[in-house]
Design a protein around this ligand. Structure first.
Ligand code: KG4
Ligand code: ZN
Length: 378
């Protein structure tokens, strides 16, 4: 069974052909990073326009790389949400048109379910069968920080139960905002990871975000039971206050001006414009975010008695996050599974993989389905 997946929820236009939910025949991604870089974040109008330009060539590329003909696919799958409405609509409209023209069924996929299936797909390639279930999945990206219990019904349907989420910024968003504040490049995660290697992660004390989040919930009388929520705006604000208190604005401005004409700056380009103090701040920020993500996820895994851990989404590309997770999970006797780096960030192979069980169950989208910017999972 061949599924052509299409993904356009944020700033990547992607298409992929996947056989039987596990064999990736092609995985084409057109990234808009260079377009949004000058703004330090995704500009929705520019994103939709770029998706419109890229969608046809990207789908053609995916079909070509898979060495198939378009009418050989058994079904189409497309991201329904969550994401930017205008961006989602480009992928959905194109997928609906193809589905109509080819007379092939269309499957709507939740983007967050896609990130989880990036891991399930690769696990199936390397091992026989699924990873030990129930699993606890941390989906951590520029738009999301969610914890789900993942299980499978006897009929084979995947089930997701949310046990935690961010109460404010997503972890990747915090990386992006701190990078913007310090005049580093966009997206913030990769550049912060590269520069953090030159700093001391223990140099600057950062607030313990989880304490704040719990206090907030308690004050609002929310149910404390079985919740593992995150909060990253406190850490982001702590970086801002630190910059102001230590008069770092002038050196930030100098760096911004010096690198303004470099279109895709590399970490080495930044180093001559970064003092040790700033590198320590970058390392301490990254360490605080990772400690919170790993600490809370491990606590949830222990309390909820899951059989394995899944960590997926753009931030899962971070090497320090991976090694900390592996170390801590090993100590708890848990196996932790990550996607390869290509499948960590947005792609369409994960959308096609998540669609496969739905194809088997004949769970097709109706012709009236549309984008849902805030679509929830589970
Ligand atoms: O999954 P993704 O491609 O798009 C969303 O669904 O948001 O994730 C992009 C996010 C960005 O916020 C980016 O800064 C972050 O993932 N990211 C990283 C790393 N690579 C990407 N964060 C930390 N370390 C990285 N190496
Ligand atoms: Zn994503």
């Amino acid at each position: 069974m061949l599924i052509l997946g299409i993904e356009s929820s944020c700033d990547e236009t992607a298409a992929a052909v996947v056989r039987d939910g596990e064999q990736v025949l092609s995985n084409a991604v057109s990234s808009q990073i260079a377009i949004h870089m000058p703004y330090g974040g995704v500009v929705p109008e520019l994103a939709s326009r770029e998706h419109l330009r890229a969608i046809v060539p990207v789908v053609r590329q995916a079909v070509g790389l898979a060495e198939i003909k378009l009418d050989e696919v058994d079904a189409l799958a497309v991201t329904q949400g969550p994401g930017l409405a205008g961006s989602l609509l480009v992928g959905i409209t194109y997928a609906k048109t193809l589905s109509f023209a080819l007379s092939k069924p269309l499957i709507a996929v939740n983007h967050l379910e896609g990130h989880i299936h990036a891991v399930l797909l690769e696990h199936r390639q390397s091992a026989n069968g699924d990873l030990p279930l129930p699993a606890l999945a941390l989906v951590v990206s520029g738009g999301h920080t969610h914890l789900y219990i993942v299980s499978r019904s006897k009929a084979g349907t995947w089930q997701y139960h949310g046990v935690g989420r961010t109460l404010d910024d997503a972890a990747g968003e915090a990386f992006d905002k701190v990078a913007k504040l310090l005049a580093l490049s966009y997206p913030g995660g990769p550049i912060i990871e590269a520069l953090a290697k030159h700093g001391n992660p223990r140099a600057i004390a950062m607030p313990r975000s989880q304490v704040k989040a719990q206090e907030k919930r308690k004050a609002q009388g929310w149910d404390q039971a079985q919740r593992y929520d995150f909060s990253f705006s406190g850490i982001k604000t702590a970086v801002l206050r630190f910059v102001e208190k230590n008069g770092m604005q002038a050196s930030i401005e100098k760096r911004r001006l010096a690198l303004a004409s470099t279109s895709s700056p590399r970490p080495e380009d930044f180093l001559p414009y970064l003092d040790q103090f700033t590198l320590d701040l970058v390392a301490s920020f990254q360490d605080a975010v990772i400690r919170d993500l790993v600490g809370k996820t491990l606590r949830a895994a222990e309390n909820l008695e899951v059989e394995s851990l899944i960590v997926s989404g753009g931030v899962a590309a971070n090497g320090s996050l991976r090694s900390d997770f592996i170390k801590r999970a090993e100590a708890e006797g848990l196996n932790v599974f990550f996607p390869s780096r290509v499948l960590s960030t947005d792609n369409a192979a994960m959308i096609a993989a998540a669609a496969y069980p739905k194809l088997l169950a004949h769970e097709f989208a109706t012709e009236h389905f549309s984008a849902q910017a805030s679509l929830a999972l589970g």
